[in-house]
Design a protein around this ligand. Structure first.
Ligand code: NBG
Length: 815
């Protein structure tokens, strides 16, 4: 455990402010004070951090093109357990710790669930004492900052590094790595052995920036290493003698600078929309190659036998973006270590494992052969050879030609990254039970039938330390008061809360904590958007990326319908409701942007209509991200998880919300199914099409949105409202949505589920009126959320994927 006394802390702090900024505390800005504080904390932990790198455990490397860390100060203080000296120490210096916590930039180096999951996994790996590290990209600009102007989403660059760097990072120029793009590859025969020569390539330097990932009150500090792309520094002159001559004219030099620096410039604002462009491929190879080279360099330095790599190292690829780990590792084993194909292939397969995060076909990456060949000539050759051998194996199994075609890695002039990932790894997992079943039975059926033992499920989880202990301190304290401290390191202990199910006092306290969190959120909404919100209303929350399959539209159409009901019947029985949305749309995703405009226009109309006496309020919160989620989630009563069944691989917001006592209103999709299993049918509201109904519609057709529109008056009314001017200022957008629903037959079955959804919403209304009953449901959700800690998820990855056959010290266990 790391300790620092209040006195020592104050001394260090005062010394630092002079040495870094040459000024006194009273003249410093909050950003400067924050910098100083983080720097003092880094001093305290750096020795431990260095020592950690010497561990002899089997190491896990988690490759992800996104990491959505969120602010780190609060969680680092929590994990290091140093608040007791820091808070009063700062106070004596006239500084409020909470102001500094708020001053920290929130690094938005991800789009949504996939990136946030990666951050939760890092947190859990450290907290479980696993030597597990992340590799990613240090984007200069993270996900855009969202502004809402006249109801439209406007994207503003996220300039998160303005203060001259990130407070938690340490740059390591001595660990920089060269990544090679383009050029020509020759294979020459040297006394019967192949040798590869890569000439005229463009070298790009990967500069590592390390961020410490601190375990919860243990001694483990792992590393998230993010690479920034730069031009080659002079020190690399010798090792890159075959590189293209880039020091010709001034223009050449400028072009080269642009080529290199562009790579880590921006994060793709894209989650399940596939952006088929060259820069993305460059980004993927850039961080993968740097990471794999880094691993091998360290491995060699420790003088370990390369044949034992799978016993010492596990490489995990988060979705297909890091798939090039497979051919890159092959390249190093073949070209640099001189292994035979079979040796290299065995090592690679036994080292790499892969997680699939979506069944949305547009998110299944494919790269044009021509692009890959030109950008990564040697990697392309290796992929071709992997494909050739793979097809031979398939033929040997006497599979029919259609099946072989579906399983090819290269087909139709494209490289299919999911197929390459499956073939080149020893484990393939989905992220919730239903999702894994759909992979096995539908999307990846051929591969599953071929190698069933490879497939497994690892239901996602969330870092309960951030999402409950830190984001909802009052609830966390109440839990500890009731059942003791143990739940913090073993969340299954939360089950003990069940014994208070009928305890009126406890239920009242749960309600009171929620009420206070709602007041805090209401205050924020008033400050930011000048909308008055009643904390006694039901806070109904849908926060996630904007995508048609997530069906924010279903929510909005239901609000519109409710509004009509109220207008028609002012005595309509309903508890006042505040509908809260938070969502960013990918900038090129037009329908998603139209839905944002629709929600905002609807909000305008409803919030300003005195006839409904404030019974409905609609709030679209700007710039949804990790920090805002930490404010919204503790204040939510209802958790909207209403995706078209089969489409949401897991969802993780659903877990955060239940853990904070919100009641899930959802379809039986993704991890909602497991939430349902945990809490039981009396503590969750389920509606909508089942997975098999959706799969049947997809396979055999038979769905007609137009029939529903023509036969159901309420549906007709809300759909017509999209285009009849009832909601002002959205003519174009309303038409676009109308067309998606009617002309294009409502791909996500919004109209099919609307009636069912309305009934479910009425049930929520009824239940909420009985405050004790509602609070009991909330308590039971908290009590049963234990399995959704990412600690449980990571334990499963460890046991069944990364350390299979070994313990975490790399010693073989006979299974
Ligand atoms: C997302 C899924 C979510 C899931 C997260 C984390 C992608 C490609 N997939 O349902 O949509 O919870 O991954 O697994 O971002």
């Amino acid at each position: 455990m790391i300790t620092i006394s209040k006195k020592k802390f104050k001394q260090c702090f005062e010394a630092k402010i002079y040495s870094i900024y040459a000024q006194s505390i009273k003249d410093a800005t909050n950003e400067q004070l924050l910098n100083v504080l983080c720097s003092v904390i880094k001093d305290v932990l750096s020795k431990r951090w260095v020592d950690n790198k010497l561990s002899s455990q089997k190491e896990v490397y988690y490759f992800s093109v996104e990491f959505l860390l969120g602010r780190q100060l609060k969680s680092n203080i929590l994990n290091l357990d140093i608040e007791e000296s820091i808070r009063p120490g700062l106070e004596e210096l006239g500084i409020d710790l909470d102001d500094l916590i708020e001053a920290e930039a929130d690094p938005a180096l991800g789009n949504g669930g996939l990136g946030r999951l990666a951050a939760c996994f890092l947190d859990s790996m450290s907290s479980l004492n696993i030597s597990g590290h992340g590799y990613g990209i240090r984007y200069k600009y993270g996900l855009f900052e969202q502004k809402i102007l006249n109801g439209y989403q406007v994207e503003v660059p996220d300039n998160w590094l303005t203060q001259g760097g990130y407070v938690w990072e340490t740059v390591r120029p001595n660990k920089a790595i060269v990544v090679k793009f383009e050029g020509n590859v020759q294979l020459i025969d040297e006394n019967g052995k192949f040798k590869t020569i890569h000439k005229d390539y463009i070298p790009v330097m990967a500069m590592p920036y390390d961020i410490p990932i601190i375990g919860y009150r243990n001694s483990c500090i792992n590393t998230l290493r993010l690479f920034k792309s730069e031009i080659l520094s002079r020190d690399f002159g010798l090792v890159t003698s075959n590189a293209k001559n880039l020091s010709g004219s001034y223009e050449d030099a400028l072009m080269y600078k642009y080529y290199a620096e562009e790579i880590s410039q921006v994060l793709y604002p894209n989650d399940s929309n596939y952006a088929g462009i060259l820069l993305r491929l460059k980004q993927e190879y850039f961080f993968v190659s740097a990471g794999i080279q880094d691993i091998i360099r360290k491995y060699r330095k420790n003088k370990l036998n390369i044949a034992n790599l799978p016993e010492k190292i596990a490489i995990h690829i988060n979705d297909t973006h890091p798939t090039l780990c497979i051919p890159e590792l092959m390249r190093i084993l073949l070209d640099e270590e001189g292994l035979s194909w079979d040796e290299a292939w065995n090592i690679t397969k036994n080292t790499v494992s892969y997680t699939n995060h979506t069944i949305m076909t547009e998110a299944m990456e494919k790269w044009p052969i021509g692009m890959m060949k030109k950008l990564l000539p040697r990697i392309y050759m290796i992929i071709e050879e992997i494909n050739r051998r793979h097809i031979n194996d398939l033929k040997a199994n006497a599979y029919d030609e259609y099946k072989i075609e579906r399983m090819r890695i290269i087909s139709n002039n494209e490289i299919r990254m999911a197929n390459l990932s499956i073939v080149g790894s020893h484990s393939v997992n989905g992220v919730a039970k239903l999702h894994t079943e759909i992979l096995k039975r539908e999307v990846l059926k051929d591969f599953y039938e071929d190698e069933p033992e490879k497939f497994n499920n690892k239901t996602n989880g969330i870092a309960h330390r951030r999402w409950l202990i830190s984001a909802n301190q009052n609830l966390s304290n109440l839990i500890t008061e009731l059942i003791g401290e143990e739940w913090k390191s073993d969340t299954f202990k939360l089950l003990d809360l069940g014994k208070y199910e009928q305890d009126k006092d406890v239920l009242e306290k749960v309600g009171e904590i929620k009420y206070n969190n709602k007041k805090k959120l209401a205050k924020y909404i008033k400050e930011m958007q000048n909308i008055d919100i009643d904390p006694n209303s039901i806070f109904d929350v849908q926060i996630k990326r904007l995508h048609a399959y997530k069906r924010q539209l279903l929510n909005a159409l239901h609000i519109l319908n409710l509004y009509h009901e109220l207008l028609e019947n002012p005595n309509f029985d309903m508890v006042p409701r505040t509908f809260i949305f938070g969502a960013k749309a990918a900038p090129g995703y037009y329908l998603a942007k139209c839905i944002i405009k629709f929600i905002n226009c609807l909000a305008d109309k409803i919030n300003n209509d005195p006839r409904i006496e404030g019974k409905i309020k609609v709030v679209f919160l700007e710039n949804y991200g990790v920090s805002l989620a930490e404010l919204i989630i503790p204040a939510a009563d209802v958790s909207e998880q209403i995706s078209t069944t089969t489409k949401e691989a897991s969802g993780t917001g659903n877990m955060k919300l239940m853990m904070n006592g919100a009641i899930t209103l959802g379809t039986l999709d993704g991890a909602n199914v497991e939430i349902y299993d945990q809490v039981g049918k009396e503590n969750i509201i389920i509606f909508g099409l089942t997975a098999s109904q959706v799969l049947n519609y997809n396979k055999y057709g038979g769905y007609s949105a137009l029939d529903l529109y023509n036969s159901d008056k309420k549906i007709k009314r809300v759909v017509d409202d999209l285009i009849n001017g009832f909601i002002p200022n959205m003519d174009k957008e309303g038409r676009e949505i109308y067309n998606a629903l009617i002309t294009y037959n409502d791909e996500y079955f919004v109209l099919r589920d609307i009636q069912n959804y309305e009934e479910a919403q009425r049930k929520i209304n009824r239940l909420y009126k009985n405050r004790d009953e509602w609070n009991r449901m909330a308590l039971m959700n908290i009590a049963n959320s234990g399995m959704f800690s990412s600690d449980r998820t990571i334990e499963e990855y460890g046991k069944y994927i990364w350390f299979k056959g070994c313990d975490i010290n790399g010693k073989y266990i006979k299974l």
